[in-house]
Design a protein around this ligand. Structure first.
Ligand code: FAD
Length: 385
């Protein structure tokens, strides 16, 4: 019997969708290229909003995660400044009667908690299965598995959360290369971080320090050439360069580990739905990390899709009307997140001197105007809905 929904990718977004359907009559098969029990590739620090926490709480994952030492670090305040210009502000959770503005979560720990929750559920997960192509007709979705002799899997709906959307036929994607890379690393400082994050806008692009466990996660935007130079420095010279980059905002760096880079691009599907198919998470939008919006948008994709599938009569799951409903409900949040992030990169992440004043004014306004702080903090915590 074909399943109602095939989910391609059991990463954080695909797994969250699957768990949202676990207690229903909807039959679900999840396919993931990772072997069973294999940890997620590439550790990274994910910035989660308070809204994302609520989604994971509802799936019974947050509590398990929060019990693991160092897996979740609350961000209690964010210090925002710009290099070479006036204007700074500090957003604090206490000003909004919240326990935290957001959380830094280990990707591997989150994936482990989601894998365990799926294993406890009735959802069928097939590990070690790589999907080669997702297509379909108005009647059914067709998911072709890589490997000789493997039969295509049919379903009412294919939900693709594979991180790239690479195998999907019929959903166009746009790409903008920022011509920059993110250098990420773990950084230790003399003083404990006490939950304080730093975001600094510099002529080379934004640089952020996110509190994580006993250290900071660094995300330093630079041109590929500058990043090569920074990678080649010995630890002491790298920490000195980092201190210069942060100016007077924070100092006292003592140790660095695990330096590496990845390219910064904006990739998104203007329409996240096709025939009997939907893309979500990074497969729908992969954003610059400057505003920490990308992963949170992905979790909201998963939560909304699960709700729409649950609200749709079984015969109509994946039909054009259901997919139009999903696309309509996600439109403003997705476009808002994409535009907010892209705008922030363009206004704050370049070296045009005439933008230094507007940047300073924006930061001063954030510092001085309660309504502007509320709106900005709201965007950081919950996204732009
Ligand atoms: C190098 C890198 C660094 C990042 N750093 C940060 C950061 O510092 N902070 C931050 O907030 N965000 C960061 N991000 C973004 C963040 O990782 C994503 O927002 C998040 O992982 C999206 O989750 P997802 O489930 O959509 O996709 P993914 O996490 O990519 O999961 C995709 C899943 O699909 C499976 N899969 C892939 N292809 C196939 C296939 N053909 N068939 C079957 N299964 C398949 C994979 O095994 C995986 O389990 C980074 C992204 C990258 C690529």
């Amino acid at each position: 019997m074909p399943p109602d929904v095939v989910i391609v990718g059991a990463g954080p977004v695909g797994a969250t969708l699957a768990l949202g359907l676990a207690d229903s009559e909807v039959s679900v098969t999840v396919l993931d290229a990772r072997g069973a029990g294999e940890p997620a590739r590439g550790e990274r620090s994910l910035a989660l909003s308070h809204g994302a926490r609520l989604i994971l709480e509802r799936r019974g994952v947050w509590g398990v995660l929060a019990e693991q030492a160092g897996a979740v670090t609350p961000i209690t305040a964010i210090d925002i400044s710009q290099a070479g210009g006036f204007g700074m502000t500090r957003l604090a959770a206490a000003d909004h009667d919240l326990p935290a503005l957001g959380y830094v979560v280990s990707y591997r720990a989150l994936q482990g908690a989601l894998d365990a929750a799926l294993a406890r559920s009735r959802i069928k997960v097939r590990h070690g299965v790589t999907v080669a192509r997702v297509g379909g007709t108005p009647a059914y979705a067709s998911v072709e598995v890589a490997g000789a002799g493997a039969d295509a899997i049919t379903a009412r709906l294919a939900a693709v959360a594979d991180g790239t959307g690479a195998a999907v036929a019929g959903v166009a994607r746009r790409r903008h290369d920022y011509g920059q890379v993110a250098l990420i690393a773990r950084i230790w400082r003399e003083e404990p971080h006490a939950g304080l994050a730093y975001e600094r806008f510099t002529p080379d692009g934004p640089v952020a320090l996110l509190p994580e466990g006993d250290h900071y996660g660094l995300v330093w935007t630079a041109t590929p050439g500058r990043a090569e130079e920074l990678l080649a420095l010995d630890d002491a010279a790298f920490l000195a360069a980092l201190a210069r980059h942060f100016g007077n905002r924070t100092q006292g760096f003592t140790r660095v580990a695990d330096r590496r880079t990845f390219p910064l691009v904006l990739e998104f599907a203007p329409t996240a739905v096709g025939t009997r198919c939907v893309v979500l998470g990074n497969a729908a939008q992969a954003l610059h990390p400057v505003a920490g919006q990308g992963f949170n948008l992905g979790l909201r994709d998963a939560a909304e899709l699960a709700q729409i599938v649950l609200d749709t009569p079984r015969d109509s799951i994946g039909d054009a009307a259901m997919l139009a409903r999903y696309a309509g409900r996600r439109r403003s949040d997705r476009w808002g997140g994409i535009a907010f992030t892209h705008g922030l990169v363009n206004v704050f992440g370049n070296d045009l001197p005439f933008l230094s004043w507007p940047r300073g004014l924006a930061l001063t306004a954030l510092d001085a105007l309660p309504w502007a702080r509320r709106a900005f903090t709201q965007a950081v915590i919950f996204g732009l809905r």
